[in-house]
Write a protein that binds this ligand. Structure first.
Ligand code: FNR
Length: 347
């Protein structure tokens, strides 16, 4: 087994074992929706259809990028894709660098399209990709969109990781210009700040997944892989809490910029809060994987069905029949997230 393939398996094992799979700290608890005792709505009237860069999504919840790239993870992607197909959810595959370099692992990605021939699928590569690699990744899974991930903290904690992050924005801009499908730039649990969002916007990016801190924690994961017993708490807690990242990027109000929220989204109410703050969709990774590992595709489906039902309940209790109505709801922000917004000048 190659080192890359072993790393893919380590990530699955440690993501499920780690505190990141359970931890709070994303800040969703500081975001409060205001209850409406007279919602004047029936559950069947609630319609949460949305779109990202013109690609329609039947529901505003996605399975975020996780895996692919080792023969041992094909079954994971098969289960995730089966649940995504049954529930009509978009799904991203994990980074396809391995698939572009090692033909024997291509099936671990392609399985997602085979199991879900009509669903919305996102390809995934790092921000060092070339337009040719981006096109090949999209073709590999017949993707509707491409995610380019930013993960500098993770790379720096990986012994075999990147050390030079120059020229990434330029590469992203070229891919956005040259690719025929829309590009979503995403973090990996460290949060996109408004400064980064502005840079991306100026480079032509029109969809960002803020993927903040508080859920799966890749500094913690890489430290454990490297045998670090007690890591630097400042680095193992690095990044913008997900709710802070979303609040400050949403407040930029850049015309045509669409936001996806991820990082520590665990429950339907977390999703409702993120959508109310301005996200067009939310994405979930760690807990979906945990359920797949314990209970296979049925567990993934049960978890996501519960999350979708609770999201619908939260919408009804706010009197919001659709996403536009949810985004007009008053939102009260307290605690760390409130203080963050105040100090960063976010209304
Ligand atoms: C990830 N994530 C990820 N992201 C990405 O863009 N490319 C990738 O290859 C991976 N790989 C990966 C593996 C595993 C096992 C997990 C759990 C996650 C990051 C993921 O998409 C997401 O941004 C973060 O996990 C934060 O969301 P959660 O897990 O808190 O919901």
């Amino acid at each position: 087994m190659s080192e890359r393939q072993r790393r893919k398996l380590d990530h699955v094992r440690l993501a499920v074992a780690g505190p990141g799979a359970r931890a709070g700290g994303a800040g969703w608890e500081d975001v409060h929706l205001v209850h409406r005792s007279l919602p004047e709505l029936a559950t069947h009237e609630i319609d949460l259809r949305t779109s990202i860069c013109g690609v329609p999504l039947a529901r505003p919840v996605m399975i975020n990028a996780m895996t692919g790239g080792a023969p041992g993870v094909t079954a994971i992607n098969r289960d995730l894709a089966a649940a995504a197909a049954e529930l009509g959810l978009a799904m991203a595959v994990g980074s396809q660098t391995a698939g572009l370099r090692e033909p024997e692992v291509v099936e671990s990605y392609r399985v997602v399209r085979r199991v879900n021939p009509r669903g919305v699928i996102l390809a995934n590569l790092g921000s060092d990709a070339t337009p040719e690699q981006a096109r090949a990744a999209v073709e590999m899974v017949e993707a509707d969109l491409l995610q380019l991930h930013l993960n500098a903290p993770q790379e720096l904690r990986m012994r075999e990781g990147d050390r030079d992050f120059r020229g990434r924005l330029e590469r992203i801009a070229r891919i956005v210009q040259e690719l025929s499908v829309p590009v979503v730039v995403k973090e990996c649990g460290f949060g996109v700040s408004r400064e980064t969002a502005r840079q991306l916007y100026e480079a032509g990016v029109r969809a960002i997944d803020v993927s903040g801190r508080g859920g799966t924690n890749f500094v913690w994961i890489e430290d454990r892989r490297a045998g670090v017993v007690e890591g630097d708490p400042g680095l193992e807690g690095w990044g913008l809490p997900a709710a802070c990242a979303l609040a400050e990027v949403a407040a930029l109000d850049l015309s045509g910029l669409e936001l996806i929220a991820s990082g520590g989204i665990r429950h339907g109410t977390d999703a409702a809060k993120a959508l109310a703050l301005g996200a067009r969709a939310v994405a979930v990774a760690g807990p979906v994987l945990a359920r797949q590992q314990r209970e296979g595709a049925a567990g993934v489906r049960a978890y996501l069905e519960g999350l979708l039902a609770d999201l619908q309940t939260a919408c009804l209790l706010c009197g919001a029949r659709d996403l536009a109505a949810l985004q007009r709801q008053p939102v009260v922000i307290t605690g760390l997230v409130g203080e963050w917004c105040r100090l960063r000048g976010v209304d």
